[in-house]
Design a protein around this ligand. Structure first.
Ligand code: HEC
Length: 466
């Protein structure tokens, strides 16, 4: 072939290929990993529900949230009274039920397996998911409901102390403890409303890379803080069964593709379709009246609660808007005042769950922590680094002496109040990127860094934690 014809051929190829390459939406490996629906695909012949990542994030500012969409912002609450508050003497129930009313709009009242949690309500996308949560083969999203694996809840979290109102009805047999020596797994799926989705859409580029901007000499994600109007909800399921945990009777039963139990009922990497039951629904909203700008709330499913449907049998357990920095263990016992930034629903004779020092935590959460303390510690390692708890990001899940050593620096930092974009207290993590309490975003940033550093997900390791 002459040089001339080779050039012609080249131009021809360029003409043909360049436009195709630039117009096509060929996904890069990174984009595929960031936005894939689940770590694995349904098996041949499967005809059940299939999770689809809701990632069509709003590109326009949804503006101020009005009373029809954010009714809780219009409930007259005082988050700064400085005195302990009681569920029955404030409008706390109204506040949390206003949130729940919006969460459940357009959802199946029984949260059936076929319907799951719908992201589309009245033909419009109402809920959005965080990317990168289907990257990690150990804990990443499964294909049925998009749930991810959370820490294994010990039986004690469900039924033992510290649940002051626990009654013998919940007493579980020794046989159950023997049957599940490794506890139960929680698999949960979270979603953000359009105010949250608007922020997420700015924090991640179309190829899944986090978008960071520099402000006052520190890096922070574009789009954060989450605007007022943001509502996040999370539906948590457990593999505990009603014969072990009676209050789960008649709850929604979802089939999720989760870790297979081994011969000793230990959890393994292999995933199979198994029943899980709805046990807890968490909510979080941005409310400028809160000292942390966030209010966290939780509901527990209770079989004996009045109500015809599963959603009606979700009972509010409490709200939390701060970490109570004047209360043990943020300070020594001798200086401690009673907690004033959590309100727990003590009217229930079903079940309760307390976190550290009468702060709020959920039935499947670490009782030595609390919603706001754990979530406020949501930071990502500086750009390019893989997160390492206690090294380049705070020890969000706890540390030696958590909730035990009153006034220790670790406890004082963990149980303190601060708002985005403040660095984590104590000065240990000056370059960590603040994530405005979103621990799902923390998961996403970590997975992205693992991808950037290793090119592929960390292989699954035995998920058994105990
Ligand atoms: C010890 C730590 C810890 C405690 C305590 C905790 N959470 Fe979380 N939460 C997490 C982690 C980690 C995630 C992200 C992983 C996931 O969703 O799978 C998360 C996710 C969430 C989300 C989804 C949005 C987000 O921020 O990532 C909501 C909403 C939520 N939690 C609410 C609550 C509420 C309400 C409580 C208290 C009743 C609570 N959490 C207590 C660790 C905690």
């Amino acid at each position: 072939m002459s040089r001339f014809s080779a050039t012609i051929l080249c131009s021809f190829l360029l003409l043909i290929f360049v436009p195709i390459a630039s117009n096509s939406h060929a996904q890069t490996t990174q984009e595929t990993y960031a936005f894939r629906d689940a770590v694995n695909v349904p098996p041949a012949g499967y005809d059940g529900p299939v999770f689809k990542l809701s990632r069509d994030y709003p590109t326009e500012d949804p503006g101020a949230c009005d009373e029809s969409e954010c009714p809780w912002l219009f409930v007259d609450v005082d988050f700064t009274s400085g005195v302990p508050v009681d569920w029955e003497t404030g409008p706390w129930n109204d506040y949390i039920m206003a949130i729940m009313e919006v969460v459940t709009r357009g959802q199946d009242p029984d949260m059936s397996n076929d319907m799951g949690f719908q992201t589309s309500v009245d033909g419009e996308t109402a809920w959005y998911h965080i990317p990168w949560m289907a990257y990690d083969p150990t804990a990443g999203r499964e294909f049925v409901h998009g749930t991810t694996n959370e820490r294994t809840a010990h039986l004690a979290d469900f039924l033992g102390s510290p649940m002051p109102n626990a009654t013998p009805i919940w007493g579980m047999s020794e046989a159950c403890k023997r049957r599940y020596p490794h506890g139960f797994e929680s698999w949960a799926v979270g979603a953000y409303n359009k105010w949250g989705g608007y922020a997420i859409g700015q924090a991640f580029a179309a190829d899944g890379s986090p978008v960071l901007v520099e402000k006052d000499g520190r890096m922070q994600p574009a789009g954060l803080p989450f605007p007022e109007g943001t509502l996040v909800t999370k539906f948590l399921t457990t593999n505990a069964t009603p014969d072990c945990v009676p209050y789960l009777a008649d709850s929604a039963v979802w089939t999720v593709n989760r870790h297979q139990l081994g011969d000793g009922n230990e959890y393994m990497c292999e995933r199979t379709m198994q029943e899980t039951r709805l046990t807890q629904v968490d909510v979080a909203v941005v409310d400028h009246r809160s000292p942390t700008r966030w209010v966290y709330g939780t509901f527990g499913y209770a079989a004996d609660a009045p109500g015809e449907t599963v959603l009606e049998r979700l009972v509010p357990l409490g709200l939390q808007w701060g970490s109570d920095p004047q209360t043990f263990p943020a300070v020594p016992e001798s200086d401690s005042v009673p907690a004033t930034e959590s309100v727990l629903n003590t009217t229930l004779d079903t079940y309760e769950h307390w976190g550290c020092g009468k702060r709020l935590a959920g039935p499947v959460d670490n009782p030595k922590s609390s919603c706001v303390s754990c979530h406020n510690a949501a930071f990502a390692a500086a750009d390019g680094e893989v997160s390492d708890f206690g090294k380049n990001i705070p020890s969000v899940f706890g540390f030696d002496g958590i909730c035990d050593i009153g006034g220790s620096a670790d406890n004082a930092d963990y149980f303190s109040n601060y708002q985005f974009p403040a660095p984590y207290p104590g000065g240990d993590y000056p370059t960590a990127v603040p994530l405005d309490t979103s621990l799902q975003m923390a998961v996403a940033f970590t997975q992205y860094a693992i991808f950037k550093n290793n090119g592929e997900p960390t292989a699954c390791t035995n998920p058994n934690q105990f």
